[in-house]
Design a protein around this ligand. Structure first.
Ligand SMILES: [Zn+2]
Length: 252
């Protein structure tokens, strides 16, 4: 995708700041969507949205990402690095229309979870319980269940635990970008743990900090020169920053 203009960043900041995490991820992803797929991002496998977020991050700040997570052992901060390119390589492994899962006399047609599912789940308080939440999500993703050729209509809860586990595994392998799990070792206490990297939160933190900085720059230049927001945002980044340094006395 093309590089984002200052106006694009500020528009995204404005659209995203008061929304739920799920709605925010979709607004950010839409900014990177080229419109060639007819299925809306909210209905695609979650990893397709993650891939759009990776493209947006690339356009915003390049491929190298450095993030920090809290160590569950010593509560210190552990840094890790990733590149958008390495993660985007996993996009080819996403299966949009997975084959039926055959297991112990069952034949299950299913699909990968989507952001639409996450949005619906966020509105259901009973989904806060991890076990109940996982079952509700599985339920939404079952399209058709047959056992020994007869239809099973009792939903996910009626399925054997082994089959539910096999379905969860099939979903994870059909969408490797749905959960970005990173294996880490804390340099201070040596504790080894797996962190779930939240790409949407990571990109939003960057858009938010850039949006705030742009507002400060517009404010400073509007006060100093009487320029409008549109005038300031139309300046190239180096020119805008240079004017700001002049106005704040940091540059002669
Ligand atoms: Zn530690």
């Amino acid at each position: 995708m093309r590089a984002l203009s200052a106006g694009d960043v500020l528009r995204l900041w404005d659209e995203c700041r008061d929304t739920s995490p799920e709605a925010r991820a979709l607004v950010l992803a839409a900014a990177a969507d080229d419109g060639t797929v007819s299925v809306p991002p909210a209905e695609r496998p979650i990893g397709r949205v993650t891939a759009l977020l990776l493209r947006l991050r690339n356009a915003l700040a390049g491929p190298r990402m450095a993030a920090t997570v809290g160590c569950p052992g010593c509560h210190g901060t552990v840094e890790f690095q990733a590149t958008t390119e390495a993660l985007l390589a996993l996009e080819d492994k996403i299966v949009d229309a997975p084959p039926p899962l055959l297991h112990g006399g069952y034949a299950v047609d299913w699909r990968c979870p989507s952001y639409e599912d996450l949005r619906t789940m966020a509105e259901r308080p009973e989904a806060d319980d991890p076990v109940r939440g996982a079952l509700l999500l599985l339920e939404r993703c079952l399209l058709n269940v047959r056992h020994e050729e007869s239809a099973v209509a009792d939903g996910a809860v009626a399925l054997p635990a082994e089959l539910r586990e096999a379905l969860s595994e099939a979903m994870a392998s059909a969408d490797p970008l749905a959960d970005l799990l990173v294996d880490l070792r804390c340099p201070d206490c040596e504790h080894a743990f797996t962190a779930d990297f939240d790409m949407a939160a990571f990109v939003w933190a960057e858009v938010e900090s850039r949006g705030r900085r742009l507002l400060m720059e517009v404010d400073a230049l509007a006060r100093a020169y009487g320029w409008s927001e549109t005038d300031v945002l139309a300046l190239s980044e180096p020119r805008r920053e240079h004017y700001v340094r002049i106005v704040t006395g940091e540059s002669p």
